[in-house]
Write a protein that binds this ligand. Structure first.
Ligand SMILES: N[C@@H](CCC(=O)N[C@@H](CS)C(=O)NCC(=O)O)C(=O)O
Length: 214
């Protein structure tokens, strides 16, 4: 049986994109099962497959884990060779702080700019709450690249926030889509480099194809 990731609509479900992208980037085999949200029978279908009644939910044979961050932590433990967190203790702590801040925060961004993956022409006024969230996110990207990503050596080196691809990149990937949809958002060259690179990942294009097909 193996791993099955239960996700929502690719155009809308930002929480689903995170573990899906992580598994694609890490080369972890899985079966995808999609439940379309906001239909009359969606609630019943979600409750039948996910203990929280929400997506994403991961099934590993007869074991279930739900909630995007818990799923990604499980995958990091289950596939240690994939090195889904940075190896260095301080880099790892910082990567976890960023991922947790994204998971628990930025409610203005999530409310005012919901993910609409395939749209790029919905430029929208930025209010003070949203503006604060955006500034904080851009500072996090800038500092992660400057203090960690660009400092990594050997197999830890790379263009991602902490060098090699990590759970933190997956956590922020839906923000890239939101900035594309509702922006443009002006950012430093360093943040822009990460932003453009994430948007051009083949896995992000694969997700967009799925969203367009919906
Ligand atoms: N904290 C959860 C949030 C999950 C969540 O809100 N999922 C939404 C889709 S993106 C959902 O399942 N909505 C269905 C509903 O509310 O009926 C996570 O990180 O996975």
């Amino acid at each position: 049986m193996g791993l099955t990731l239960i996700i929502g609509n690719k155009n809308l479900s930002s929480w689903s994109l995170r573990p899906w992208l992580l598994m694609k980037q890490a080369g972890i085999d899985f079966t995808e099962k999609k439940i379309l949200l906001d239909l009359p029978d969606s609630r019943a279908k979600l409750r039948a497959v996910s203990p929280s009644g929400l997506v994403p939910c991961l099934r590993d044979d007869d074991f279930e884990v739900w909630d995007s961050l818990a799923i990604m932590e499980y995958l990091a433990d289950r596939f240690p060779e994939k090195q889904l967190w940075p190896g260095n203790i301080k880099a790892r702590a910082r990567a976890r702080a960023l991922a947790s801040e994204m998971h628990s925060g930025f409610s203005n961004l999530r409310t005012v700019w919901p993910m609409d993956f395939i749209r790029e022409d919905k430029a929208m006024h930025i209010g003070p709450g949203l503006d604060r969230d955006i500034k904080r996110i851009l500072a996090l990207w800038e500092e992660a690249r400057r203090d960690f990503g660009e400092q990594m050596q050997g197999d830890e080196a790379g263009p991602f926030l902490f060098g090699r691809f990590s759970i933190t990149d997956a956590m922020f990937a839906p923000v890239v889509s939101r900035f594309k949809t509702y922006g443009p958002v002006a950012m430093s060259g360093r943040a822009q480099g990460w932003f453009d690179m994430i948007w051009s990942l083949p896995a992000m294009e694969e997700w967009a194809e799925g969203a367009r097909a919906e």
